[in-house]
Write a protein that binds this ligand. Sequence first.
Ligand SMILES: [Zn+2]
Length: 224
Amino acid sequence: MKCRIVILIFALIGLLHTSSSFAAEKLIVLTFDDGPRPYVLENLLPLLQKYSAPATFFMIGAKILPNDKLVKKMSENGYEIENHSWGHENLVKLLREKGALAVKLNLEKTSNLIFKITGRKPRFFRPPYWEINADVEKVVRDLGLVPMKLDNPDINTMDYTDFSNHRPVEVLIDRVKKNIERREKQNFYKHILTFHELPLTVEALKVLIPYFQGQGYKFIRLDQ
Ligand SMILES: [Zn+2]
C-alpha cells in the first residue's frame, strides 16, 4: 500500500512537471510577406537583431531577382526564405485559366531562384491572398512544399489594411495582442503571425517584440 502511494506521488510530480513545461513553451513565428523591400528591411532587420528574433520571409520571385545580394545575406544571417509565388498571382485563377503546369512553373521558378541564391530549398508556400483549392494544393505538395492556410495555422494581422487606410500603429498593436489573448484562452501557445514588409509593421514590432518576450514568448523560424 505504502509503495503504491509513493508511486502515485511520483506519478503526480511527473505529471505536474510535464504540464508546466508544456505551458512554458510559448512560441511565436514572425513571418513577413511580399518582399524583399529593401527600404523596409533596412529598419526591420536591425530591429529583429536587437531582440535576437529570428523570422521567416515569404518572398516574391520577381522581387528577389533584383535584390539577390540582400536575400543571400539575409539567409546567411539566419533568416528563413520561403516561397510566395513569382509575381503574387492568384493561383486558383491562374490554374483555371492556364492549367496546372502554369502554376507548377510559377512555383518552381521561385523555389529554384531561392535555392540558387541561398543554397536552401524552400519548404513552405503561402498562397497570395490565401487563394488555394484542392487542384492548386496538389501542385504545391507535388513540389514538396507545405501550403500555409488562413486561420490554420496562419494568423492574419491585417497590417496591410492598417497601412493602406493610414490607421495609427496602436490599432495594429492592439489587434495582434487581442488575437494572441483570444488564442491563449483556447490554450494555444504557438502562433504564426502573418505580417508584411511595411513601415507600419516595423513600428508595431518595436512594441510587440519586447511585449511578447516579456510574456515569456520565444521567437522561432517556421522550419524550426
Ligand atoms: Zn502576399
